[in-house]
Design a protein around this ligand. Sequence first.
Ligand SMILES: Nc1nc2c(ncn2[C@@H]2O[C@H](COP(=O)(O)OP(=O)(O)O)[C@@H](O)[C@H]2O)c(=O)[nH]1
Ligand SMILES: [Mg+2]
Ligand SMILES: [Zn+2]
Length: 367
Amino acid sequence: MKQRSKFDKYLEEEELFLQDTKQFRKQRKIKSQKDRSKYKKTDIEKKKNVQKIDKKHLAKAIVLSVLGQEILISYNKKKYKATLRGILKKEKSKNKNIIAVGDIVNISFKNENEATIESIDKRFSILSRQEERSKKQSIIAVNIDQVLITTSLVKPYLKPFLIDRYMIAITKGNMTPVIIINKIDLLQKNSQEEKKYQNFLSTYEKLGYLILSISCKKKIGLKALLNVMKGKTSVFSGQSGTGKTSLINATLHMKLKTGEVVKKTYKGAHITSKAELIELKSGGFCIDTPGIKSFGIWDLEINDIKNHFFEFHNFAKKCKYKNCKHINEPHCNVIKAIDKKKISKLRFESYRMLIEEILEKKRKLYE
Ligand SMILES: Nc1nc2c(ncn2[C@@H]2O[C@H](COP(=O)(O)OP(=O)(O)O)[C@@H](O)[C@H]2O)c(=O)[nH]1
Ligand SMILES: [Mg+2]
Ligand SMILES: [Zn+2]
């Protein structure tokens, strides 16, 4: 059997789309005959609106999802199907990522449900992941304001070094990190976990990081979370099972599937669904990131880590060696500061784990 070419497939899709449009027009006609007066009025209003936008300037919309040829955008809290203007389509065949979730686009309207994307605004941040097989970067979403690093205390345990790792990648990607500690209902009084939690809070709050303690189950801290999300584009990111999907459901009254263990049918196939922007009633957007373990900027350099641990800087100036890594060098002033409790041991532990991870990688390269 002859295999269908990409072009055939595209034609088929285009045809389906046209059929859809025809069907839509037919339905509209029937509807208008049924309810003439009401329809006419809204139609005129809409037309006026369209013309006004068309003449003066293009309208700015945001891309909610990109699935093959189908692009969904939001303008004035209403969803439109969108297609790329011909010239952009050509670009698309050259560059797979010409349009991404979160792109701000300039549109003209075709009708009350469809729009044409005339141009795409410059992106201020890019969230990408590395394909496990090809090691290529693929874009998850763009123009993200903040990443909500979702963690839990018991199931799974809190891992400060993982939080620092996320924070480094997020800051490098021009986004702001917010730390969410979910499932605080599971915390038992006077337990090891509680001590760890208190220590984490006092250390990281002192450094100026925003931390939200939440329980989805007991509905604690949800309003604060909603406030932080208001008017911004946020991505929920973090280990699987920490409650990202539950948090979206609880704050936005949605019913996305939770508790799913991502099935691995073969290695590297852990992405089961594509990123999609969810619009908040109070303004802003958020994204769940199922199965996304890594950011594109996941590969850290020693200097990225050093920069992130900014409270070490003043002490590091007095280390004997200029390139001191503050691990086991003699006359290290950072280690002295830890002994004198001027630097938190918890942060230093996190620092050491990240540095050792890099050193380990480098060692393997030379083996
Ligand atoms: N005890 C408790 N369980 C929670 C809480 N939030 C979520 N869970 C549970 O944790 C599991 C994983 O949640 P899910 O939202 O799917 O996590 P995700 O993998 O990060 O999206 C589910 O069984 C949830 O019911 C919470 O605040 N407290
Ligand atoms: Mg989930
Ligand atoms: Zn040092």
